[in-house]
Design a protein around this ligand. Structure first.
Ligand SMILES: *[C@@H]1O[C@H](CO)[C@@H](O)[C@H](O)[C@H]1NC(C)=O
Ligand SMILES: CC(=O)N[C@H]1CO[C@H](CO)[C@@H](O)[C@@H]1O
Length: 515
């Protein structure tokens, strides 16, 4: 077959993939975790696949080939997301966060599987592929065994260490939640620290979370009827992560972990709602977007800080779009527009947007970078401080912590970002880098999902090293063995030498006596 014919053959094979039934499960209470996966599901529906999407955020509109199934949030779970948001805004410690996260992820996940809506689908439907929206929620992989089909994990966050454990990515010096630090290289003390963090993560993911998640799996997918939890993790065909090396840095990745960072950033922005469009089009002096994302809410900003922020905004000649989760904002200046939900990525794509005041959630940072918009970062908790430091280091953001907000500091930060061209230049170059790929994020994700469908699972991508434990994977067992052998050999040699030496000493003593 010559090159052309081969090309055409490949095209036909790719084009002729049958339309498949795909189940997406994403029980996250955070809309920003669901949106990137919805983008992928919509793209697959457009290509003719039959999509069923389980989440608590169905689309308003009906989409062809796309069945939205709303998961109900009831009883004790109604307020848990608010509580998490509040805790994050307040920078709460682990003792408060852990029980809340436990309830939100594991409690609600367990309840969801048993809900009549989900049970009905389990009893009546058939699927060719299950895509699990991931947030340390491996127990959802039971759906793949239930429908006897391959599974894909999709993570909308930064690299979570547990995904590295699933595919078997090697221990790299970036033990944290994926922030690659140059300081890890060549600084021994830092390396020790990072190694310790990695070890703690290992204990958390392979210990605590493992047993929590497994107990929910075992309850809903009991071992007498289903394959084991461990086997389902080994059986994952592919992991898609919403990261890209242009943001999260280069690192060793196995072929079954594919980076599709920027999935939620549309290649061509969607038209804005009329009010936003007019507001931005008419902003002669430019505009600023203020949003703390979907988890941490701006209404939790301490009142004194709210007053300062509004006062500073009122003195700007730029207009401000503010995500505000309430219908009223007392003392709202004329140049400020408030809205409960914003099409953030489409707004950031508007040419009049000059700056983004953000809590530095991972999604927002990627969207700002892709659209070349500099950031004033006000990180609150979780991975946001690391994200903020990283983009400050990259040179297209300034960081201003909530506690440090004064009229003066906020005014200065805005002045710096709006009038110093350095920030826009740097992020402009970063945007170009982030987009220069063989295929854009959306096409890459679609390609790999269809790859798994075409081959009915991808066990050939599974790295055997992923099945080794920590000691085996890092050859600690081998090193200990070799030391043991050397020690034993040394002992034996010593014994033999001792023996020979003794004899020769005896011999020489006898010689001496004879003389
Ligand atoms: C899951 O839910 C069921 C029914 O509400 C409950 O009996 C079980 O203990 C829960 N499992 C876990 C691991 O929380
Ligand atoms: C995708 C994948 O890894 N599939 C494997 C799941 O496990 C069964 C049996 O253990 C294998 O036959 C599949 O290849």
């Amino acid at each position: 077959m010559n090159g052309n014919a081969l090309g055409i053959f490949i095209l036909i094979v790719i084009a002729s993939i049958d339309c498949s039934r795909i189940l997406f499960v994403q029980p996250s209470m955070s809309k920003s975790h669901v949106m990137p996966l919805q983008t992928l599901a919509k793209d697959l529906a457009k290509r003719g696949h039959e999509i069923t999407f389980l989440s608590i955020f169905p689309f308003d509109k009906k989409i062809e080939n796309y069945r939205d199934i709303k998961l109900e949030v009831k009883g004790e779970y109604v307020n848990v997301f608010e509580e998490v948001g509040k805790a994050i805004s307040e920078g709460a410690g682990l003792s408060k966060m852990i029980p809340l996260m436990n309830k939100m992820i594991y409690g609600f996940g367990n309840e969801t599987i048993q809900s009549p809506t989900v049970q009905k689908i389990m009893n009546e439907d058939q699927f060719d592929l299950v895509v699990v929206g991931y947030f340390v929620s491996e127990f959802l992989l039971g759906f793949a065994d239930h429908f006897n089909c391959p599974s894909i994990i999709f993570s909308s966050g930064n690299h979570v260490a547990s995904l590295n454990f699933i595919v078997g990515n090697p221990l790299s010096p970036d033990g944290t939640f994926g922030d690659v630090t140059d300081s890890a290289v060549g600084n021994f003390i830092n390396k020790v620290k990072i190694f310790l963090v990695y070890t703690i993560q290992l204990a958390v993911f392979k210990g605590l979370l493992y047993y929590r998640s497994k107990s929910i799996y075992d309850y809903n997918f009991p071992p007498d009827r289903y394959r084991s939890y461990d086997e389902m993790i080994r059986n994952v065909s592919l992991v898609l992560v919403n990261t890209h090396f242009t943001s999260s840095g280069p690192r060793p990745l196995l072929p079954n972990l594919v980076e599709v960072g920027g999935l939620q950033v549309k290649p061509n922005p969607a038209p804005l709602p009329e009010d936003l469009k007019t507001f931005l089009d008419d902003a002669k002096d430019g505009a600023i977007l203020f949003s703390f994302g979907s988890n941490a809410k701006s209404i939790y900003i301490p009142e004194d800080k709210q007053k300062i922020i509004l006062k500073v905004f009122s003195k700007l000649k730029q207009r401000v779009i503010m995500k505000w989760e309430s219908d009223v904002l007392p003392g709202k200046p004329k140049n400020v527009l408030i809205s409960k939900w914003l099409p953030q990525d489409d707004i950031l794509a508007h040419p009049n947007i000059k700056a983004f005041i953000s809590h530095c959630g991972y999604g927002g940072v990627i969207e700002a970078k892709s659209n070349g918009v500099p950031i004033i970062g006000i990180p609150l908790g979780a991975d946001q401080k690391g994200n903020a430091d990283k983009i400050v280091e990259e040179g297209w953001a300034v960081r201003l912590d909530m506690t440090d907000i004064t009229e003066e500091s906020l005014t200065n930060a805005l002045k710096e970002i709006l009038s110093n061209p350095k920030y826009r230049d740097i992020v402009g170059k970063q945007a170009i880098l982030a987009k220069d790929r063989p295929m854009n994020a959306q096409d890459t994700a679609v390609y790999w999902v269809e790859y798994v469908l075409r081959h009915n699972g991808a066990p050939h991508l599974h790295y055997p090293g992923a099945d080794l434990n920590f000691f085996q994977a890092n050859s600690i067992d081998v090193i200990l063995f070799i030391f043991a052998v050397i020690y034993a050999a040394f002992k034996v040699i010593k014994l033999i030498c001792g023996f020979i030496f003794c004899r020769s000493k005896k011999g020489s003593n006898e010689k001496l006596k004879r003389n």
